[in-house]
Design a binder for this molecule. Structure first.
Ligand SMILES: N[C@@H](CCC(=O)N[C@@H](CS)C(=O)NCC(=O)O)C(=O)O
Length: 277
């Protein structure tokens, strides 16, 4: 593992690291905010959306003040494998391939070799980082935005014992039912929709999965709200299953980091309350 940058910020260090991933077969980069102190400290995993790498939330997410205040380590992985040898959408579309790994372990050629973002985020990265940083792995939370909100919800639901709290900004709530999800899951996993279910938060909840604490915020002026994100389906699935959900709909906010940064502090305060209880 190689540290490629670091900046003093909010009484801690904002760092960027590169390492070789066995899962993706490529070098991968992530950012990590480390409050000062010996730790071990609770960890918040933040999964980003389409077109993003670690830099979007790190530069625009405004998470450091809350993380410093609460003593939270904040990790932002990339959203896909990268590199010349990694296959991409044939038309270079933003919603599939590079920057669009969907937190899936692909089972189909030519994607399956590198597109293993589920195992990378769920297993490889936590196993690696706990050896290098003062992380308290008994106190973990996961959050994300859009495609990363889908990642946070599905990884949280499949690993409920590991995360004390799960939250999302404008998540893709029902990927099996929206164009972004159908395009990605159809190609990464193939046409058998039974194999898609473990990558759909609503279907996981319908199938019995639960999390300890769940919070979602959504902008009402988000152009992707009705055709891609569908928070109403998550609300309905949670209500039917008895899964508590704190769902906020916010007039005037869109899909951007202006929305995310407005609610980031509240999400981190909420995670901290669960992580330090
Ligand atoms: N219209 C956008 C769609 C992608 C998009 O909105 N991406 C969101 C996540 S789904 C994002 O965080 N973009 C990067 C940023 O705002 O910094 C594009 O074509 O780039």
């Amino acid at each position: 593992m190689e540290r490629i940058n670091r900046w003093r910020s909010h009484g801690g260090w904002q760092e960027v690291w590169r390492h070789d991933s066995a899962e993706t077969g490529t070098p991968m980069e992530f950012s990590i905010f480390l409050p000062d102190g010996e730790g071990p400290m609770p960890v918040v995993w933040y999964l980003s959306g389409l077109t993003c790498n670690w830099s979007n939330v790190t530069e625009k997410g405004e998470f450091r003040a809350a993380c410093a205040k609460h003593g939270l380590i904040f990790v932002a992985p990339d959203t896909s494998p990268r590199g010349e040898a990694v296959p991409d959408d044939p038309e270079g579309a933003y919603d599939f391939g590079l920057g669009a790994g969907f937190y899936v372990d692909s089972t189909r050629a030519p994607w399956a070799t590198n597109y293993r973002m589920r195992s990378y985020v769920e297993t490889e990265l936590p196993t690696l980082l706990r050896q290098h940083f003062p992380m308290d792995m008994d106190r973990q939370a996961i959050m994300g935005h859009s495609m990363g909100g889908h990642g946070a919800l599905t990884i949280g639901l499949r690993n409920a014992a590991r995360f004390r709290s799960v939250s999302a900004f404008a998540p893709i709530c029902a990927p099996t039912e929206c164009p972004w999800g159908q395009k990605a899951l159809g190609q990464y996993l193939g046409p058998d929709q039974e194999t898609w279910a473990e990558y759909d938060a609503c279907r996981l909840i319908e199938g019995g999965a639960r999390v300890a604490a769940l919070k979602v915020d959504q902008g009402a002026a988000d152009g992707f709200l009705d055709n891609q994100l569908m928070p109403g389906k998550l609300d309905a699935a949670c209500k039917a299953a008895g899964q508590p959900l704190e769902l906020g709909l916010h007039e005037g906010y869109d899909h951007s980091y202006y929305f995310i940064s407005s609610f980031m502090g509240a999400h981190l305060d909420w995670h901290a309350a669960h992580l330090t209880a």
